[in-house]
Design a protein around this ligand. Sequence first.
Ligand code: NAP
Ligand code: HSE
Length: 440
Amino acid sequence: MAEPLRIALAGLGTVGAGVIRLLEVNRELITRRAGREIRVVAVSARDRTKDRGVDLSGFAWEDDMTRMAARADVDVVVELVGGSDGPALTLARNAIREGKALVTANKAMIAHHGLSLAQAAEEASVPLKFEAAVAGGIPVIKGLREGAAANVIERIYGILNGTCNYILSTMEDTGRDFADVLAEAQGLGYAEADPTFDIEGTDAAHKLAILAAIAFGTKLDFAHVDTTGISALRAADIAQAETLGYVIRLIGMAEPDISGDGTGLFQRVQPYLVPEGHPLAHVDGATNAVVAEGNFAGRLLFQGAGAGDGPTASAVVADLIDIARLWESEGEIDPPFSMPVADLKALAPAESGHRSGRRYIRFAVTDRPGVLAEITAAMRDAGVSIESMIQKGRQEEGGEVLVAIVTHDGPESCVTEALRLLENSPSLTASPLVMQLLAT
Ligand code: NAP
Ligand code: HSE
């Protein structure tokens, strides 16, 4: 059997400890599949004394993780620390410069620096792999790069954040409070170190930008993902969506979009109303699901656990097995984004004003005579056609009520104009919330 593939592992939190456990539990099978042993030789984290539930006694400890790349006894650096910059990025750059393969679960780093890291990896002929960075345990990057490689992918969308999906589906099922369910998701190891990355949609936007680059062969463009999270949602929105036959899910959606000025890249993360008949309406808990529409394969649905130690470790170790099987040092590598960085097309961000669709608009207003007339007049003046409207009774005279409107199909620019007309209205007690209705 070939020489072991020697690993330095930085980060021993949820994912790092999961990787050590998985390599231990499935050792024999992994060795047969990889054609050689995958052996951890060195580890690093901040606190050497912390009990992580795994035996670290056989590994060298590095206090400064950025130095792991320089170790002569290491073939692959696995970065499971997190953060788009800082020590994680230093380690990643060092690893590639030192001729080591790099495996990471760090979507923030790949979303911000993926192209420069990929270019460096191509120049150095070292593998750079990041399956665990998108949708946890689901092999969606491999599915797109390999299984769907013959297709033009026309659109890609899905549920890309386990924490938000856990919060939304648990609130829907139990009526529990947002903060309480978020704390539970943190306890289960789903959330980012800073959970605002989850609930404000940033984490889903990181993943969407990575997927879009791979799916469409375009330059990764995280800066232009139009991102809205779930923090403005109220329990009443979830209840009203249910009354209308929908559930609310945080959806990332990307597609090349042909408008008047040529093709642009449309990328958006936003809470959507998903009709109960749509497969994504039944994706609950920390599960993720990605739909890719290929011009020959048709609609492909990838679904599975999107966060947590086991599923994420599964994706990390799958990357290691690929490297163990296929990479000879100094040999050819697969380009990290499935084609060389130089061949990825640069698309300008697409305008969204012409995009047609139905929408849910929720207004929080002071309950007084004329409020509904004011809202409907703005809709009329902006050319927004109303399909239905719900106003629930107020708690107290002159208090706040929620008015929810579902529109007919129409361009987004009309809704934007209606909201502009209402911008300075003294009747509004909070900013209106707009959600797209996902078509079946
Ligand atoms: P985590 O539980 O917070 O673990 C982070 C680890 O990094 C800890 O062991 C920490 O050390 C170590 N660390 C932090 N700063 C360090 C530094 N300056 N030097 C050395 N070590 C440092 O995070 P995680 O959930 O495992 O996530 C790790 C990465 O995987 C992130 O990029 C995350 O986005 C990604 N990811 C996570 C999941 C998930 O479900 N959790 C899923 C997919 C991808 P101490 O333990 O000593 O504090
Ligand atoms: N915080 C992320 C999530 C982890 O909740 O989806 C998986 O990437």
